[in-house]
Each structure stands twice: as C-alpha cells, then as structure tokens.
Design a binder for this molecule. Structure first.
Ligand code: AMP
Ligand code: MG
Length: 343
C-alpha cells in the first residue's frame, strides 16, 4: 500500500494535474480517475506488478478480470489477437463510450489482468479527462470501478476518497459521472455476441448494429451454486450498502401503500422523487419513474446515502427493466441479493 494518497482536481483535459497522474501510472502506480460511467481505479495494463496493486487496493478477488482502457483505436491490435467485423462495427457506433468488448487476448497481456482467461475486456471511454490521461500516459490502463470490493461503485470523487484514501497513489477528482453505472459488457468470443453485463449502451442499440445479440441468463437471475459465470464479476454479491435492500415489484400506489405499513426500526424507502410526499418512512430518492437514466445516475449515490443515514432495511421501487432500466435492475438485484417481493 502507498505511504499516502495524492488528491488532485482536474477541471479540463488541459489541466496540469493530468500529467502528474500520467507520470504516476507510467511508473507503475495506481490512481482513481473519472470516466463517464463510474470512477475507475487505474494502473498500467501491461504490467502484472502494477495490476496486482489494483487487486490489493480494492480487495478484489483474483478471479475477477479487469477492463483495459484505451484512448485510440490504434491501441487495440496490441491488446487483442483478433478484431472481427462485429468489433469494428461496435467501435464505429459506440466508441468512445460505455461499451466493453471481450475479445481473444494477445499473449503479452498479463494473466492477472484477465484472471487467467484467454480473452480480454477492452473499452474506450469518452470522458475528456480519462482520454487525456490515457493519451499522456501512452499505455493502456486496466481499471475496474474505484470502490472497495462489494461496495457500491463510485460516481463522485468523494466516494473514491471514502473507499481508497491511503490505498492508492492518487485520486484525480472531477465532476460526478454522467451515466452513473458501469459499462455494458458484450462478448464477441461466442458464436452469437452476448451481453454479459447491461449498461449505458442498451441491448436494443447493440441489436440495431449487430442483428442477433443474446443476453446472458445471469443478468437477471442468480447463478446456480457451482455454475461457471460467463462474466466472473456477476457472481458476487455486489454494489451492496450495509442496509438490507428489498425490491418491491409493484405499481406506484401499491408500493406506497406497502411501505406505509412498514414500522420496523431503520426502515427506509428507496423511491422516486414524486413518491416522497405520500410516503411516511424516511426516503432516499432515485430519480423519477418516467426516466430510467435518472435512476441510473442516482442509484449508487443513493445506496451510499442509505449507509450514511443508518438505514437497516431499504424498500426499493423496482425500475422498469427496459433500455437503461435493465442495467439499473441488474445492479439493484445484486445490491438486494436477489430479494424481490410482490406485496
Ligand atoms: P468492473 O471493472 O469492476 O466494472 O468489472 C469488470 C467486469 O468485466 C466484471 O464483471 C468482469 O467479470 C468482466 N470481465 C472482464 N474481463 C472479462 C473477460 N475476459 N471475460 C468475461 N468477463 C470479463
Ligand atoms: Mg466493479
């Protein structure tokens, strides 16, 4: 672990602080950095020693591989051994942006980065500061979310400080993340492309470019005991606040009637803004019912807020599972340990 953490702020891609962090990463150090999805915990993806520091800082299980971030398409051929037509089409349509592609790896990508798999996950972020940083470091950056393992992903620099101060060499602070959920992960290593994790790029968008796209059954279902996860990260109880989260599958009126019958100590409603005036429990809000993107943007902050307010149990309104809502529901199910009730 480093002796101390340098906390810097960058307000534009020209900020000199970006160079400072790029130098730290070039020398094999670690840094929390802003991206449009969530903050990432970055290190040199071509160095096993640097990547090992990510696992140590997060307390991440060694069998959960990392996403490699690039700033330019020319970096891709050095990371993956094959660039199929499907990958070219996806890159053209969705890069830079919140889409991660799984492809066969080049032999020199360290095993620790891919958790021993023969495939590697690659993404080109759109955040101007992330792009400037990768370009200045001139190396691909392995970067999972910058939270301690098991905690909600960080969507603000404050979350990075909470989880990683004293555990990484630097934290590069910028504004809150636009999207607020991690990238969509699609594997192109199967006969039919398959979404392993839903995110900011929707299944509908992927189908409009590729035609047939499958969705892994683990997206909305708990993995059977002993089953092998296509995306190792999906098998963990994830994104969890200290409170027990219970998803309530009901329309607005039934949800409100139900939560108003709850009287246990420490009970909270995780609800939409428009629900608040009718709810008797203390509330933490997650956007508005008519716009899934607002739920995505607010979810991880709301999960952390439940902890700050000392919630023991949170009754969450079920999001619509279409569009970006699928990604929201996927994360909420894991935060809830798949506990869904119909009142
Ligand atoms: P995070 O960076 O914390 O958002 O997590 C990265 C996600 O990508 C995890 O769910 C990993 O399991 C998944 N992932 C990374 N590399 C691979 C790979 N080679 N094959 C399948 N899933 C991967
Ligand atoms: Mg993560």
């Amino acid at each position: 672990m480093p002796e101390s953490t340098l906390i810097l702020r960058a307000d534009s891609p020209d900020a000199p602080e970006i160079k400072t962090v790029a130098e730290i990463l070039k020398k094999g150090g670690t840094a929390a950095i802003p991206t449009e999805t969530v903050y990432g915990l970055a290190a040199n993806a071509l160095s096993a020693e640097a990547a090992a520091k990510i696992f140590a800082a997060k307390g991440r299980p060694a069998d959960n591989p990392l996403i490699v971030h690039i700033a330019d398409l020319s970096q891709l051929a050095d990371i993956v051994s094959e660039i199929p037509e499907s990958a070219k089409k996806l890159a053209e349509n969705f890069w830079p942006g919140p889409l991660t592609m799984i492809l066969p790896k080049q032999p020199h990508i360290p095993e620790i980065v891919t958790a021993g798999l023969n495939t590697v996950a690659v993404r080109m972020p759109s955040h101007p500061i992330a792009r400037a940083l990768i370009a200045q470091a001139a190396i691909p950056l392995a970067a999972p979310s910058a939270n301690r393992s098991g905690r909600p992903s960080p969507t603000s620099w404050r979350h990075c400080v909470e989880d990683l101060d004293g555990r990484v060499d630097a934290i590069l602070c910028a504004d809150d993340c636009d999207i607020g959920l991690e990238s969509t992960v699609i594997t192109l290593a199967t006969a039919v492309p398959k979404v392993l994790r839903p995110g900011g790029i929707t299944v509908e968008q992927l189908r409009s470019v590729l035609g047939e796209v499958e969705v892994d059954s683990a997206v909305l279902k708990e993995l059977a005991p002993g089953a092998v996860a296509a995306s190792p990260g999906m098998k963990y109880k994830h994104y969890a606040p200290r409170a027990s989260v219970i998803i309530v599958d009901a329309d607005a009126d039934s949800y409100i009637d139900f939560v108003n019958t709850r009287t246990e100590a420490g009970a909270f409603a995780l609800c939409f803004e428009e629900d608040v005036p009718r709810i008797q429990l203390p509330c933490v809000t997650c956007g508005t019912a008519d716009d899934e993107a607002t739920y995505a943007h607010a979810l991880f902050t709301a999960l952390r807020e439940l902890d700050e307010k000392g919630a023991a149990v949170a009754y969450a309104r079920k999001p619509s599972a279409s569009g970006v809502g699928l990604a929201v529901y996927n994360r909420l199910l894991r935060a809830a340990g798949f506990h869904v009730i119909k009142p």
